[in-house]
Write a protein that binds this ligand. Structure first.
Ligand code: SIN
Length: 261
């Protein structure tokens, strides 16, 4: 196995691993399949020192599925590479709230792959939280209650009132057999068949619970760090604490399926 030559270091108690000794742009399909298995085991992977060209980044992402753009973000670069876009902090590419990508879509993103091009000397870390651990740490009666609920994910708070859909509160991952809490602090505004007022207290509890520090890991970016994560089982949050510094990333997003219960 190729990964015998890779060094894998767990970064958080429940999720996150750093992988060194690999050049992602040169990986074979068999090695990429090993990366998918590592991702299933760790939910978020960090690869330092991957200075990927746009075509290499796109080719790497395509192995994992069809790539999609971001419906809410526009990037002039997209003309040249429609499947890759640049997140530039100075032009609005700041994602400083806990979220899972694109949950207002019927088929939310499966995977996101980010390559750091220019990062602040201090600050600008990203955190992830583990929604499988969050589900597993709920008391059984609350798990049962969540198992039966669905929530409306509405992109109205991000000025896209035309984009909304209903998802189950608990996602079952057909590849790993795991169950994950499937919430979003901004888009999931109420439970199906309930009012916002009725839903708010439990949504607030679940959002706080999901982001408890013991369910998180954090990356200190360097230029060239590539991170990839499984949107079916994590949320992420980019720290906006680098006033005066530039932060610029390239991103591809792998399209997902309708969440299964
Ligand atoms: C994102 O939410 O896709 C961006 C994360 C980051 O900027 O670290």
């Amino acid at each position: 196995m190729a990964s015998e030559n890779w060094q894998i270091r767990r970064l958080g108690t429940v999720l996150g691993a750093e992988v060194t000794g690999v050049v992602l742009a040169e990986t074979s399909d068999a090695e990429k399949a090993e990366i998918r298995s590592l991702l299933h085991a760790n939910k978020v992977l960090f690869f330092p020192g991957q200075f990927m060209s746009a075509p290499d980044h796109i080719a790497f992402g395509r192995f994992f599925g069809q790539l999609e753009g971001h419906p809410n973000l526009k990037d002039a670069n997209a003309v040249e590479h429609p499947e890759l876009f640049r997140l530039v902090a100075s032009t609005g590419g700041i994602a400083d709230e806990w979220h899972t990508d694109l949950t207002f879509q019927e088929q939310p993103a499966l995977m996101s792959i980010l390559n750091m091009k220019q990062c602040p000397e201090v600050g600008g870390d990203t955190m992830w939280c583990d929604l499988v651990a969050a589900y597993e740490k709920l008391s059984p009666p609350l798990q049962d209650l969540c198992d039966g609920l669905s929530a409306l994910h509405d992109a109205h708070p991000h000025n896209r009132p035309d984009r909304m859909t209903i998802h189950p509160m608990i996602r079952h991952d057909p590849e790993t057999g795991r169950k994950a809490l499937f919430i979003h602090p901004v888009y999931a505004i109420r439970f199906e068949d309930m009012t916002e007022r009725e839903s708010r207290p439990m949504l607030d509890f679940l959002n706080d619970h999901a982001t408890r520090v013991e369910f998180t890991c954090r990356v200190r970016w360097q230029p060239g760090t590539l991170t990839m994560w499984d949107n079916r089982c994590v949320q992420h949050n980019a720290m906006n604490d680098y006033d005066g510094f530039s932060r610029r990333l390239h991103r591809t997003t792998v399209a997902g399926a309708v969440p299964s219960i």
